[in-house]
Design a protein around this ligand. Structure first.
Ligand code: S3P
Length: 174
Protein backbone atom coordinates (compact mmCIF):
# COMPACT_ATOMS: atom_id res chain seq x y z
CA UNK A 1 0.00 0.00 0.00
CA UNK A 2 1.21 3.53 -0.80
CA UNK A 3 1.93 5.53 2.36
CA UNK A 4 2.74 8.86 0.71
CA UNK A 5 0.53 11.53 -0.81
CA UNK A 6 1.88 13.97 -3.39
CA UNK A 7 -0.07 17.17 -4.01
CA UNK A 8 0.42 18.53 -7.50
CA UNK A 9 -1.29 21.40 -9.28
CA UNK A 10 -0.86 24.92 -10.56
CA UNK A 11 0.37 27.80 -8.38
CA UNK A 12 -2.36 29.05 -6.07
CA UNK A 13 -4.44 25.87 -6.02
CA UNK A 14 -3.74 25.38 -2.30
CA UNK A 15 -1.02 22.72 -2.25
CA UNK A 16 0.91 24.15 0.71
CA UNK A 17 -2.07 25.05 2.89
CA UNK A 18 -3.83 21.77 2.14
CA UNK A 19 -0.56 19.87 2.62
CA UNK A 20 -0.12 21.35 6.10
CA UNK A 21 -3.67 20.52 7.13
CA UNK A 22 -3.55 17.04 5.63
CA UNK A 23 -0.22 16.28 7.30
CA UNK A 24 -1.65 17.37 10.65
CA UNK A 25 -4.80 15.25 10.20
CA UNK A 26 -2.89 12.14 9.15
CA UNK A 27 0.04 12.62 11.55
CA UNK A 28 2.53 12.57 8.67
CA UNK A 29 5.46 14.85 7.89
CA UNK A 30 4.99 17.54 5.23
CA UNK A 31 7.81 17.94 2.73
CA UNK A 32 7.78 20.88 0.30
CA UNK A 33 9.87 20.69 -2.84
CA UNK A 34 10.26 24.48 -3.09
CA UNK A 35 11.53 24.75 0.51
CA UNK A 36 14.12 22.02 -0.11
CA UNK A 37 15.26 23.67 -3.33
CA UNK A 38 15.75 27.00 -1.53
CA UNK A 39 17.69 25.20 1.21
CA UNK A 40 19.90 23.33 -1.27
CA UNK A 41 20.59 26.38 -3.46
CA UNK A 42 20.99 28.82 -0.56
CA UNK A 43 18.93 31.27 -2.64
CA UNK A 44 15.28 32.25 -2.95
CA UNK A 45 13.29 30.97 -5.93
CA UNK A 46 13.28 34.37 -7.70
CA UNK A 47 17.06 34.53 -7.18
CA UNK A 48 17.55 31.08 -8.73
CA UNK A 49 15.41 32.06 -11.75
CA UNK A 50 17.18 35.42 -12.16
CA UNK A 51 20.71 34.20 -11.69
CA UNK A 52 20.68 30.72 -13.24
CA UNK A 53 17.40 30.52 -15.18
CA UNK A 54 14.38 28.24 -15.16
CA UNK A 55 16.27 25.20 -16.51
CA UNK A 56 18.68 25.32 -13.56
CA UNK A 57 15.67 25.52 -11.23
CA UNK A 58 14.12 22.46 -12.92
CA UNK A 59 17.36 20.53 -12.46
CA UNK A 60 17.33 21.28 -8.74
CA UNK A 61 13.69 20.24 -8.67
CA UNK A 62 14.50 16.89 -10.29
CA UNK A 63 17.29 16.28 -7.74
CA UNK A 64 15.02 17.13 -4.81
CA UNK A 65 12.17 14.92 -6.05
CA UNK A 66 14.60 12.03 -6.51
CA UNK A 67 15.59 12.34 -2.86
CA UNK A 68 12.07 12.75 -1.49
CA UNK A 69 10.58 9.97 -3.59
CA UNK A 70 12.56 7.43 -1.57
CA UNK A 71 10.90 8.36 1.74
CA UNK A 72 7.85 6.77 3.37
CA UNK A 73 4.85 8.08 5.26
CA UNK A 74 5.04 11.71 4.10
CA UNK A 75 2.90 14.32 2.40
CA UNK A 76 4.70 16.04 -0.46
CA UNK A 77 3.70 19.50 -1.61
CA UNK A 78 5.12 19.82 -5.13
CA UNK A 79 6.02 23.03 -6.92
CA UNK A 80 3.59 23.76 -9.75
CA UNK A 81 6.04 22.79 -12.49
CA UNK A 82 7.03 19.36 -11.13
CA UNK A 83 4.75 17.68 -13.68
CA UNK A 84 6.69 19.15 -16.60
CA UNK A 85 9.46 16.57 -16.29
CA UNK A 86 8.08 13.06 -16.63
CA UNK A 87 10.92 11.60 -14.58
CA UNK A 88 9.51 13.40 -11.51
CA UNK A 89 6.11 11.79 -11.87
CA UNK A 90 7.59 8.37 -12.62
CA UNK A 91 9.60 8.61 -9.40
CA UNK A 92 6.74 9.96 -7.28
CA UNK A 93 4.25 7.37 -8.53
CA UNK A 94 6.21 4.47 -7.02
CA UNK A 95 5.26 5.39 -3.43
CA UNK A 96 2.68 8.20 -3.73
CA UNK A 97 -0.97 8.58 -4.43
CA UNK A 98 -0.94 11.71 -6.59
CA UNK A 99 -3.61 14.32 -5.99
CA UNK A 100 -4.10 17.16 -8.45
CA UNK A 101 -5.56 20.34 -6.98
CA UNK A 102 -7.23 22.57 -9.54
CA UNK A 103 -8.80 26.05 -9.41
CA UNK A 104 -10.33 28.55 -11.79
CA UNK A 105 -7.91 31.13 -13.28
CA UNK A 106 -9.74 33.99 -11.52
CA UNK A 107 -9.32 32.23 -8.16
CA UNK A 108 -5.65 31.52 -8.87
CA UNK A 109 -5.12 35.20 -9.76
CA UNK A 110 -6.80 36.26 -6.52
CA UNK A 111 -4.81 33.84 -4.37
CA UNK A 112 -1.47 34.80 -5.91
CA UNK A 113 -2.10 38.56 -6.05
CA UNK A 114 0.60 40.68 -4.47
CA UNK A 115 2.97 37.73 -4.29
CA UNK A 116 6.50 38.33 -5.54
CA UNK A 117 7.92 34.87 -4.85
CA UNK A 118 6.67 33.37 -8.11
CA UNK A 119 8.85 34.49 -11.03
CA UNK A 120 6.54 32.96 -13.66
CA UNK A 121 3.73 35.27 -12.55
CA UNK A 122 5.87 38.41 -12.45
CA UNK A 123 4.25 39.75 -15.63
CA UNK A 124 1.92 42.63 -16.45
CA UNK A 125 -1.09 40.61 -17.54
CA UNK A 126 -1.24 37.97 -14.81
CA UNK A 127 -4.62 36.46 -15.70
CA UNK A 128 -3.60 36.02 -19.35
CA UNK A 129 -0.35 34.35 -18.26
CA UNK A 130 -2.21 32.06 -15.85
CA UNK A 131 -4.65 31.00 -18.58
CA UNK A 132 -1.88 30.34 -21.10
CA UNK A 133 0.25 28.35 -18.67
CA UNK A 134 -2.80 26.39 -17.52
CA UNK A 135 -3.80 25.54 -21.09
CA UNK A 136 -0.32 24.25 -21.79
CA UNK A 137 0.04 22.35 -18.52
CA UNK A 138 -3.46 20.89 -18.06
CA UNK A 139 -2.63 17.61 -19.87
CA UNK A 140 0.49 17.16 -17.73
CA UNK A 141 -1.50 17.55 -14.50
CA UNK A 142 -4.31 15.31 -15.73
CA UNK A 143 -1.97 12.57 -16.89
CA UNK A 144 -0.16 12.53 -13.55
CA UNK A 145 -3.22 12.56 -11.28
CA UNK A 146 -4.83 9.63 -9.46
CA UNK A 147 -7.40 11.97 -7.89
CA UNK A 148 -8.46 15.51 -8.86
CA UNK A 149 -10.07 18.07 -6.57
CA UNK A 150 -11.37 21.52 -7.49
CA UNK A 151 -10.46 23.87 -4.63
CA UNK A 152 -12.04 27.00 -6.18
CA UNK A 153 -15.07 27.10 -3.90
CA UNK A 154 -13.76 25.14 -0.92
CA UNK A 155 -11.93 26.10 2.24
CA UNK A 156 -8.89 24.12 3.43
CA UNK A 157 -10.82 21.80 5.76
CA UNK A 158 -13.35 20.99 3.06
CA UNK A 159 -10.55 20.10 0.63
CA UNK A 160 -8.90 17.88 3.26
CA UNK A 161 -12.21 16.13 3.97
CA UNK A 162 -12.73 15.56 0.27
CA UNK A 163 -9.25 14.09 -0.11
CA UNK A 164 -9.77 11.76 2.86
CA UNK A 165 -13.12 10.66 1.41
CA UNK A 166 -11.57 9.92 -1.98
CA UNK A 167 -8.69 8.02 -0.39
CA UNK A 168 -11.11 5.85 1.55
CA UNK A 169 -13.09 5.16 -1.59
CA UNK A 170 -9.89 4.28 -3.46
CA UNK A 171 -8.78 1.96 -0.67
CA UNK A 172 -12.21 0.29 -0.78
CA UNK A 173 -11.87 -0.30 -4.49
CA UNK A 174 -8.31 -1.54 -4.24
C1 S3P B 1 6.34 27.07 -10.27
C2 S3P B 1 5.63 27.01 -9.09
C3 S3P B 1 6.17 27.43 -7.80
C4 S3P B 1 7.70 27.33 -7.80
C5 S3P B 1 8.27 28.06 -8.97
C6 S3P B 1 7.76 27.54 -10.30
C7 S3P B 1 5.71 26.63 -11.53
O1 S3P B 1 5.63 26.63 -6.76
O2 S3P B 1 8.10 25.99 -7.82
O3 S3P B 1 7.96 29.43 -8.82
O4 S3P B 1 6.43 26.42 -12.53
O5 S3P B 1 4.47 26.45 -11.54
P1 S3P B 1 4.09 26.77 -6.22
O6 S3P B 1 3.23 25.96 -7.15
O7 S3P B 1 4.15 26.19 -4.86
O8 S3P B 1 3.76 28.21 -6.24
Amino acid sequence: MKTNIALIGFMGTGKTAVGEALAARLGKELVETDALIVEKAGMSIPEIFNRDGEIAFRELEIAVIKEIAEKDNIIISCGGGVVLNKINIDRLRIKCIIINLIAKPSVIAERTAGDDERPLLAVNDRIKEIKELLDYRRPFYERAADIEIDTSELDIDAVVNKILGELEENAGNG
